[in-house]
Design a protein around this ligand. Structure first.
Ligand SMILES: C[S@@+](CC[C@H](N)C(=O)[O-])C[C@H]1O[C@@H](n2cnc3c(N)ncnc32)[C@H](O)[C@@H]1O
Length: 407
């Protein structure tokens, strides 16, 4: 009988030869105290030709190496015999898991593929690629059927996932220099069932942000348990979900933060957490704007219009998101507000995206004055993001120093 290790090498070799290789992960160090925890392999097309990119994950650092296919096979054999007890191979045709036991015996389990197509080998991060319905995570999350068709009732969700990816791709390029190799940490606040969290994780892989980590934060522990199960079942080793509140969850780092449809002021909590963590990119799609409506004192010209409840509601939404965008500008971000998906699919379609460009402004500068003028126009005294950032909406501007006398 062919040894389990040989079978894995055969499958790995075959996938390299046929262009079906997606990724290989080595895990479970033979020595639990070893500094090297994992090795991740993926295909990459360099100027000099095809290579297998290795990421050696140590306790506090990653080491990268690109090897020719033959050298990659030898390296995997060495790593498995000397350092690791587990290998997970993903190709577009199958997944295979090799487990070596303490007594040296090994078993291999070969299953259905978890990935619909081989990853892009190019480093062009702007290249658009869709999330295909054949992805295992979409099946596990109930968006698609086992045969890869999108469930009728989930067609809008599937479209939303791809529209979100189309919006996020250029924002990631804009925020993180195209050639940068440092892995990113992306946090998705109020991630719910994780549809968009998985999409972000896959997008980062498509865009060659090697070794990036995605963390989903969600208040409901049942959803967290389920999304962690799906991540494991679908081979997402750098995607993790944690139970907690947006305002208080532990956040060790965030290069980018997203929060889609987090209710009411949870969007402000998310923005404040991202700003506090020094995130370079913030992407939110607010919903349920309740905070400002009771505070609004209609400006005289708008008073007749705003006595209609629906008009006041829309004006309060406008004022909330306009204040958020202005506060982001004050905090040193370049903010854009745009429509995310067409209203025929959902009414929650506004998106605020912000890229960090400069230092936070001071309290007397023009960006601060713009925030205060807007708040004053609507009679708004308090707003959650302003409070979290320590920005006083009604603060007195410090008096200008007296003009020098020429007398
Ligand atoms: C409308 S769902 C959106 C889910 C996902 N972001 C999306 O757009 O598909 C909002 C989710 O945020 C969670 N949530 C709301 N407020 C939260 C908070 N303060 N902390 C953590 N999660 C929160 C809810 O439990 C819910 O699952």
């Amino acid at each position: 009988m062919i040894a389990a290790q040989d079978k894995l090498f055969d499958l790995f070799h075959d996938s390299l030869a046929r262009g079906t290789f997606v990724k290989l992960t080595l895990s479970r160090p033979r020595d639990p105290a070893a500094d090297m925890k994992n090795v991740f392999l993926r295909p990459v097309q360099l100027k000099d030709g095809f290579r297998v990119a290795f990421t050696y994950r140590h306790g506090t650092k990653d080491i990268f190496k690109n090897l020719l296919p033959a050298a990659a096979l030898t390296e995997v054999a060495t790593l498995l015999s000397a350092s690791f007890l587990c290998a997970n191979l993903f190709t577009t045709e199958r997944t295979a898991e090799l487990v070596i036991r303490a007594d040296g015996s090994a078993r291999i389990a070969v299953r259905k593929p978890a990935h619909g197509e081989a990853p892009s080998l190019e480093h062009d991060r702007t290249k658009a690629r869709s999330i295909l319905p054949t992805e295992a995570w979409l099946r596990e999350l109930g968006v698609t059927l086992p045969d890869g068709r999108v469930r009728e009732a989930m067609a809008d969700k599937f479209r939303q996932i791809n529209q979100f990816v189309e919006v996020l791709r250029p924002l990631l390029v804009e925020a993180f220099a195209q050639g940068a190799t440092a892995p990113l940490t992306v946090v998705d606040m109020g991630c719910g069932k994780g549809y968009l969290t998985f999409a972000v994780s896959q997008l980062l892989e498509q865009m060659s942000f090697v070794g990036s980590r995605v963390v989903g934060v969600e208040a409901r522990p049942d959803l967290v348990e389920e999304t962690n199960r799906v991540a494991q079942a679908s081979g997402f080793t750098r995607l993790h979900f944690q139970a907690g509140s947006i305002a208080e969850t532990t956040l060790d780092a965030a290069d980018a933060l997203i929060a889609l449809h987090a209710c009411d002021t949870a969007t402000d909590d998310a923005l404040a957490r991202g700003i506090g963590a020094g995130a370079r990119l913030l992407v939110v799609s607010p919903c349920c704007h309740k905070e400002l409506r009771p505070q609004i004192i209609p400006p005289p010209m708008l008073a007749p219009a705003l006595r209609h409840g629906i008009m006041l509601e829309r004006e309060a939404e406008f004022a909330t998101d306009a204040l958020r965008a202005a506060l982001l500008e004050w905090a040193g971000y370049e903010a854009k507000v745009f429509e995310f998906i067409s209203t025929e699919h959902t009414a929650k379609n506004l998106m605020i995206a912000a890229v960090k460009r400069r230092q936070r402004g001071d309290n007397d500068g023009e960006p601060a004055a713009r925030v205060r003028d807007l708040a004053a126009f609507y009679g708004v005294q308090e707003q959650r993001l302003a409070a979290l950032l320590g920005f006083k909406l009604t603060a007195e501007v410090s008096p200008k120093p007296p003009a020098p006398s020429h007398g």
